[in-house]
Design a protein around this ligand. Structure first.
Ligand code: MN
Ligand code: MN
Length: 316
């Protein structure tokens, strides 16, 4: 166990000191030798409304400082089981979105070549498209658990095919998704037409609106999702705006009536047992997050994703 990377403990260095990495894990230049890696994508030039998600990775890392290694609820002990590190940020070109998309997919091709599972800190949701391109190149079309207030299936935004409101549509068109194994949870708000979510249903996606989640545990839903996902590869993409703004105000495109944080945790924990090949937590925008709580929710959900990865041991 001692030759596994461990988060720096709070009794070895005060929580407000030490490395500013995710969970104060060791920093590494490459994914070589890692089972899982945290990766920042400081991109927000695909944002349509309030910017700021470029600062998300840094703030998520900062707020992750208090996360301890052992999951008291699920008994997961990820650092007993997996070699994990923070491999830093993707060096995007902040003046050029299409170039940034290619930089991101090349970066993830390299990460995936080491057999490493990427867990990404966003960054706006545009970045999920190039990550999925790399993931599908390695694993084939994936099942998708997509938590979001928005379906992100616009055909274009301001005439552009690639933006933070289009990644799921492009991913489906490019054959990156196994469309019978896609679920979108938390969709809500106002639309351009009554048919806004019908494109998803026409593709075979399962759509679970926020209203269908209100006032209830999502454990039964996740039992159905596990059935839907089967044994195939699964990717989890969690837009922090899927949560209600009471829990996560620090994001660019806020919608009322969202999921609770316990529901968000039920969703991620409900993915345990699936063949999860990657995950991301997107759209944390620190300028609207003065308490840091939005970033803390994001850091916590990323930790929960780590805890459900294949191969993680659960203590008795
Ligand atoms: Mn989104
Ligand atoms: Mn959203």
């Amino acid at each position: 166990m001692s030759d596994f990377n461990q988060p720096l403990g709070g009794n070895d260095m005060p929580r407000f000191g030490g490395p500013a990495t995710m969970m104060r894990l060791p920093a590494q230049q490459s994914a070589a030798g890692l089972d899982a890696a945290f990766i920042g994508i400081p991109l927000d030039i695909g944002t349509s409304n309030r910017p700021g998600a470029r600062m998300g990775p840094r703030q998520i890392r900062d707020e992750s400082r208090m996360l301890r290694p052992y999951n008291m609820a699920t008994r997961a002990a990820p650092f007993d089981s997996l070699q994990v590190a923070d491999i830093g940020d993707v060096p995007i070109n902040t003046f050029h979105l299409p170039k940034s998309i290619d930089i991101i997919s090349d970066f993830y091709d390299e990460v995936l070549s080491h057999g490493c599972v990427p867990l990404s800190l966003g960054g706006d949701h545009t970045a999920t498209l190039p990550v999925l391109r790399a993931i599908a190149k390695k694993h084939g079309p994936v099942g998708l658990i997509h938590i979001d207030a928005h379906a992100d299936v616009n055909d274009h935004m301001f005439g552009e095919p690639i933006a933070h409101g289009t990644p799921m549509r492009r991913a489906q068109e490019e054959g990156l998704l196994d469309s019978r194994r896609v679920v979108q949870i938390g969709l809500r708000g106002t639309g351009y037409s009554a048919e806004d979510f019908d494109w998803c249903r026409d593709q075979g996606f399962r759509v679970v609106t926020a209203e269908q989640c209100w006032h209830k545990s999502l454990e039964p839903l996740m039992a159905e999702v596990r059935e839907q996902m089967g044994d195939g590869p699964v990717y989890i993409t969690f837009d922090i705006d899927g949560l209600d703004p009471a829990f996560a105000p620090g994001t660019g495109t806020v919608e009322a009536g969202g999921l609770t944080m316990p529901q968000g945790m039920e969703i991620v924990r409900g993915a345990q047992g699936l063949n999860v090949v990657g995950g991301d937590l997107m759209e944390v925008a620190p300028p609207y997050d003065p308490s840091g709580n939005t970033a803390l929710m994001g850091a916590t959900l990323l930790y929960e994703m780590l805890c459900i990865l294949p191969g993680v041991k659960h203590r008795d």
